[in-house]
Design a protein around this ligand. Structure first.
Ligand code: ADP
Ligand code: MG
Length: 315
């Protein structure tokens, strides 16, 4: 279906056979590709147009690659290889055939509490690894940067949400294929383009000697971690109801709403969503970063600890 001849050819990328375009960004195209040597199977290749970037932007790409090199977690997209030609950087990545979580929210309208928990727990496990083990903050957590590896087919248990206008349509059945008892599969955090190292795994201190670290450095580290926690609150909110907590057509008004932490659990969409889920979100969408939940507090919250059976029983 995707003719090879339509795919662009890049110098020095002969090993890989580009199959289709999967996404793009400001300076990059992302392709699904196959290893011509047959050793590695399919990968994703982020082709970055070096020639459109200034030296600062180029340095940032190298930083992104350097950070990814040091990461190893089942819920984080793995760096397979990195190379460059005169005009391009080639970032070879573990392929996430399911694509963006964003598209699944659009497709399903919103996720059940069980499915949302299944997704956000995997994101949280990756964040815990970044914040507590690697000393990295991601700083760009959003549904477009959450990719997934689909679960092997299992009978679906996800009820199809009713859409306006469904009344006069033929009943297509109650269930959505591809989202089953096993969830949607393995979620993987991608795009470390804005990520930052807050401490070095060698010294375990933020760029200095143990015991000599100034309080503002320690606070800085805490603040930057809390950025990811806020974003997780936005993602969880969006998963559960299908729209983001903060939105306005005017960027100015939107910025003001975010600054004040002005959001609501809008009726009727939130009427049937548990108070426990709302409580967890409110601890993430807390304006004061000192009071906002850390990843440890998030993982200890009753809504996260709860099993799927308990949700069903409580409903
Ligand atoms: P940018 O910094 O331009 O946002 P990303 O790394 O987020 O670049 O990649 C852009 C898009 O390409 C993603 O949102 C996703 O749709 C797709 N993509 C990136 N990496 C992969 C991957 N490993 N597997 C599948 N799709 C990917
Ligand atoms: Mg991105």
């Amino acid at each position: 279906r995707h003719s090879r001849s339509k795919m662009p050819q890049y110098p020095g990328l002969d090993r890989w056979i580009l199959l289709e375009k999967m996404g793009d960004g400001a300076f990059s195209n992302v392709y699904r590709a196959r290893d011509s040597t047959g050793q590695l199977g399919e990968v994703a290749i982020k082709v970055v147009r070096k020639f459109e970037m200034n030296s600062n932007q180029r340095a940032n790409i190298l930083k992104e690659v350097q950070i990814m090199r040091n990461l190893d977690h089942p819920n984080i997209v793995k760096l397979v290889d990195f190379s460059e030609s005169r005009q391009y950087y080639y970032i070879i990545l573990e392929l996430c055939p399911g694509g963006e979580l964003f598209h699944q929210i659009v497709r399903l309208t919103y996720f059940s509490e069980d499915l949302s928990r299944h997704v956000i727990t995997q994101v949280a496990n990756a964040i815990e690894y970044l914040h507590e083990t690697s000393g990295v903050v991601h700083r760009d957590i959003k549904p477009e940067n959450l990719l997934f590896y689909p679960a092997p087919f299992v009978p679906s248990t996800h009820p199809k949400p009713k859409q306006p206008g469904d009344e006069d349509k033929e009943d297509e059945g109650d269930f959505i294929p591809g989202v089953g008892a096993g969830g949607i599969g393995t979620i993987k955090i991608a795009d470390f383009g804005l990520s930052k190292v807050i401490w070095d795994s060698q010294t375990m201190t933020p760029c200095g000697t143990v015991g000599y670290t100034a309080p503002e450095i320690v606070k800085d580290e805490r603040y930057s971690k809390s950025v990811d926690m806020w974003a997780m609150g936005c993602v969880l909110y969006t998963l559960l109801c299908g729209f983001p907590p903060f939105y306005d057509e005017s960027i100015q008004v939107l910025t003001e709403k975010v600054a004040r932490g002005q959001y609501t659990f809008l009726s009727p969409w939130w009427d049937d969503i548990s108070k426990s889920a709302q409580d967890l979100i409110s601890h993430l969408l807390t304006v004061d970063p000192e009071k906002r939940y850390t990843i440890k507090e998030f993982l200890a919250h009753p809504w996260i600890r709860q099993t799927n059976e308990e949700t069903t029983a409580a409903a």
